[in-house]
Design a protein around this ligand. Structure first.
Ligand code: ZN
Length: 579
């Protein structure tokens, strides 16, 4: 029996090797002469075969997506070690490449397939200090929804997937709210892999210009400390120079809509809902690649390939520096900062001058609408100095609390914190704690649906210190931990991508109990006569605010809100700050 098993094992090993050497690793992109992109099935079977042929490559499937299919993760490590804890202990830097978040923007899908093959086959120097990990196609549902038209302004490939996922979510807005199984699985992958550098491959919309490649690095002031400086002053210029040397000139993402770039433009602010904004919360050096939609598909994929190759070279050269800066940036944030910037505005005292290679554009009369329309003239290329606003400063800041107390009732929030590996401490007995609590003072709400939500913005709070009773099973979450930035960005209601703004706490915005005016009228009279201070306040309000004095219901409601009959939960933000 043992002999038979041994033979079987040998046979399996031999047959696998034969299969591997017989496999043709030419991609669909190459056989179509750069006009087609691989389907989901072709992409996964390509990587499966690569993993069979090359022991340096491993393919895993982890967690589900909304499509019902699992996400795949493909790792290239010349040491043939695929346990991420061990990889980190071996002092290796990890590059995570995400493809097909918008499957119509398929450039990265094809470029990464060729990159893995060429490293495995020795056409590119095998990186010694970098382990490469890729999600071959993140938006599987969108990728299966193939068509030839939904990228209205894009020049190829022939067919591609659709932007919305299986439930029509844009996954590049879902990293904080995690409405999709895709985002939940990404979160698991992210905390498993703990990448040092992250690339998310896209194709642009917007202006016309000469470049095929544009880079959208995470905003460097927001990333902060020495890591932000490294990104801005070293990594980005290095990438630009390396690509220029290969005649792949690159410029910052041209963030304009219906105006010409030479008027100047502002860096895109990647809030945590976006991929690189999310990875920044854990000090990962993130960038989106945005190839130019009007350039031929072949050129775009080849450019994406060269960009990723250059980024690997940079990680190889700077691996020690990246590690050192990441460790020190976390320490700096945790040990020295008193305040945290929740939102940002352009710093008008600083900007960068770009030598921008564009096309002359002018406004001409539209034959359709007779209004003025923008038209570029590709026969008129130019290089002009333009102003690029890529410095930001804090707009809204908050004092960093020692921690937060979260009642167990808010389990959806707790689940997301757990998914993000936040360290949490259970309260073991019912207990009174002195905490800072927020009342929601004001907020605005989007008038149109946005990514499955009517998101809030311009949220303002008032705060007070109170003794609050907490219960066994509630959680204390200290801010002095790796998830520090994630906690502030999600739990502070004023942060643009806070759980409050993403509607997780909307039930506190609605008053559940009210009063019958004819009953309350008599009770309110009793309260006023027994409380001279309230009576004075009421009289002043009536005499100074006309709307108030003209509105009998507003007066009764105001009195109700000053009384003990008014419910405590209304507008009371249920996450508390520990000073
Ligand atoms: Zn995109």
């Amino acid at each position: 029996m043992k002999k038979l098993i041994a033979c079987l094992l040998i046979f399996t090993a031999c047959s696998q090797k034969e299969v591997a050497s017989d496999i043709d690793f030419t991609t669909v992109f190459e056989t179509s002469n750069g006009t087609e992109t691989a389907t989901y099935q072709q992409t996964i079977s390509y990587y499966t075969n690569l993993a069979k042929a090359y022991p340096e490559i491993s393919i895993d499937s982890i967690g589900k997506t909304d499509s019902g299919k699992p996400l795949h993760l493909v790792t290239f490590n010349p040491d043939k070690e695929f346990d991420f804890k061990t990889i980190k202990q071996n002092e290796k830097r990890i590059l995570l490449i995400n493809n097909g978040i918008h499957p119509g923007e398929s450039d990265g899908i094809d470029a990464t397939m060729m990159l893995y093959r060429d490293i495995a086959q020795g056409k590119i120097d095998i990186p010694k200090k970098t382990v490469i990990v890729t999600i071959p196609i993140y938006n599987i549902g969108g990728s299966l929804n193939r068509n030839s038209t939904s990228r209205t302004n894009q020049n190829g490939p022939k067919e591609y997937g659709f932007r919305g996922n299986a439930r029509n979510y844009d996954l590049n807005r879902d990293f904080i709210k995690c409405d999709t199984k895709n985002a939940r699985t990404f979160t698991k992958i992210f905390h498993l892999v703990k990448p040092d550098v992250f690339i998310d491959n896209h194709v642009s919309n917007g202006a016309d210009y000469q470049y095929t490649l544009t880079h959208l690095f995470t905003q460097h002031n927001k990333l902060g400390s020495s890591l932000g400086e490294y990104l801005h002053q070293e990594m980005m210029p290095k990438l630009e120079q390396k690509l220029l040397a290969k005649s792949w000139d690159i410029t910052p993402y041209v963030n304009v809509f219906n105006k010409v770039p030479e008027e100047g433009f502002t860096q895109f602010m990647d809030y945590p809902r976006y991929s690189t904004g999310y990875t920044t919360l854990w000090n990962t050096l993130g960038m989106m690649v945005e190839t130019h939609m009007l350039k031929p598909y072949k050129q775009r994929v080849e450019g994406t390939y060269e960009l990723m190759k250059s980024m690997i070279e940079i990680i190889e050269e700077d691996h020690l520096k990246i590690q050192w800066k990441q460790i020190h940036s976390t320490e700096n944030l945790l040990d020295y900062a008193d305040t945290y910037a929740l939102d940002w505005k352009i710093d008008t005292t600083a900007s960068t001058t770009l030598k921008f290679k564009g096309f002359e554009g002018k406004m001409v009369k539209s034959d359709i609408t007779q209004a003025q329309r923008l038209k570029y003239d590709r026969t008129q290329p130019f290089t002009k100095e333009i102003s690029y606003n890529n410095y930001f400063k804090p707009k809204t800041e908050v004092e960093i609390p020692r921690g937060y107390v979260i009642p167990k009732n808010w389990w959806q929030v707790i689940e997301l914190l757990q998914l993000n590996k936040v360290e949490m401490h259970l309260i073991e007995n019912d207990t009174m704690l002195t905490v800072e609590n927020y009342k929601i003072d004001s907020y605005q709400t989007r008038q149109n649906p946005y990514e499955g939500h009517y998101q809030h913005y311009n949220t303002k709070v008032t705060s007070s210190i109170n003794k609050v009773k907490f219960h066994k099973g509630d959680y204390i979450v200290y801010t002095h931990q790796n998830a520090f930035r994630y906690l502030l960005e999600t739990l502070e209601p004023q942060a643009p991508d806070s759980f409050f703004n993403w509607n997780f706490f909307d039930t506190i915005l609605q008053q559940k109990e009210g009063f019958s005016p004819y009953v309350w009228e008599d009770k309110a009279k009793e309260i006023l006569s027994s409380n001279p201070k309230l009576q004075t306040e009421f009289n002043t309000k009536k005499s100074t605010e006309k709307d108030f004095s003209d509105n009998w219901f507003a007066q009764l409601d105001w009195l109700h809100k000053q009384s003990t009959y008014y419910e405590k939960a209304h507008l009371q933000y249920p996450v508390y700050r520990l000073k």
